[in-house]
Design a protein around this ligand. Structure first.
Ligand SMILES: NCc1[nH]cc(CCC(=O)O)c1CC(=O)O
Length: 316
């Protein structure tokens, strides 16, 4: 990487998917870097991923996690980009050894949002109402709690999903609150879905920055963007997912919050896809370092397995 006399890189390129949400996220990182390093030119390289192209099948049928990041990783390997910005929830638990995820940024609202023209909340939906979501996690939890609702698949980026709701294909849809807020669409949120009803996905609402492994200088440049509190929370959540082989192919939810006393509290759930059963584990620890976070994540995963979660996690 060529540098200015002060040691700053002259130019940094951010690889991003081209959806509006992904671009917002990349621009957010670009603006933070420009403010930190005014002498450095920061550019965005937009690209389409397989996950963006295949819109006619549910995500769990086309290979799950990694779908949205592979092309971005190729740009890192080719040297066309220096960093890639991801929604952490789309990042696989294990990266190939060439890659690293040195930065987790401060989290936006991690909860799910209920969006509907006619109805105020999941509770207000009549039996038979059609709820759109492409996430097995959301579908399983909603079916578990509201067996009378009809949960239907819904794919596409945030704007596509909203237009499918507006055209009458669904009575309500569930989206991540974070995506709506980032896109300036918070006014579409009729209600935040309480985590008791739909616990978020591991990493939801947080952004991760991926680079090639072994780039300590680049990591040092990016370090001011990191949020240690979010990093600890998502380390616990991602540990649950790692132990359980999590991908978007499994109905797994995990949410960790930092407590006022400096500790962490983690809730994790696995549900049967048809909603017929659900198991939950709650784990706490008094510290918020990475090792403690991963330990409660692993403990929660074991508790879920003890309660029979394996039968709902599929064979993968
Ligand atoms: N699976 C797609 C995806 N990946 C990240 C977000 C939202 C933003 C975030 O969680 O950071 C979304 C949309 C959604 O689930 O509604």
């Amino acid at each position: 990487m060529s540098t200015t006399p002060s040691g700053l890189p002259k130019r940094l390129v951010i690889a991003s998917r081209e959806s509006r949400l992904a671009m917002w996220q990349a621009e957010h990182v670009r603006d933070r870097l420009r403010a930190l390093y005014p002498d450095c030119e920061v550019a965005i390289l937009g690209m389409t991923t397989l996950g963006d192209q295949v819109l006619d099948r549910a995500l769990n049928e086309i290979g799950g996690k990694g779908l949205f990041i592979k092309e971005l990783e190729v740009a890192l390997l080719d040297g066309r980009a220096d960093l890639a910005v991801h929604s952490l929830k789309d990042v696989p638990m294990e990266l190939a050894p060439q890659f690293a995820l040195p930065i987790v940024m401060k989290r936006e609202d991690p909860r799910d949002a209920f969006v509907s023209g006619r109805f105020a909340s999941l509770d207000a939906l009549p039996a038979g109402a059609r709820v759109g979501t492409s996430s097995l996690r959301r579908a399983a939890q909603i079916r578990h709690r509201y067996p009378g609702l009809v949960v239907l698949p819904l794919r596409g980026n945030v704007n596509t999903r909203l237009s499918k709701l507006d055209s009458g294909q669904y009575d309500a849809i569930i989206l991540a609150a974070a995506g709506l807020k980032r896109l300036g669409l918070a006014d579409r949120i009729r209600a935040i879905v309480p985590p008791e009803l739909s616990l978020p996905a591991a990493g939801q609402g947080a952004l991760g920055i991926e680079t090639l492994a072994g780039r300590p200088e680049l990591e040092a440049w990016l370090a001011p963007l990191a949020d240690p509190k979010t990093a600890a929370e998502v380390a616990a959540e991602r540990a649950v997912s790692r132990v359980l082989g999590g991908s978007c192919r499994v109905p797994l939810a995990a949410w960790c919050v930092s407590r006022a006393d400096g500790g962490l509290e983690l809730v994790a759930r696995v549900a049967a896809e048809d909603g017929s059963a659900m198991v939950e584990a709650v784990e706490r620890c008094p510290q918020a370092d990475r090792a403690s976070a991963e330990r409660i994540g692993e403990r929660a995963a074991r508790r879920l397995l003890e309660q029979g979660a394996a039968q709902w996690l599929g064979s993968s």
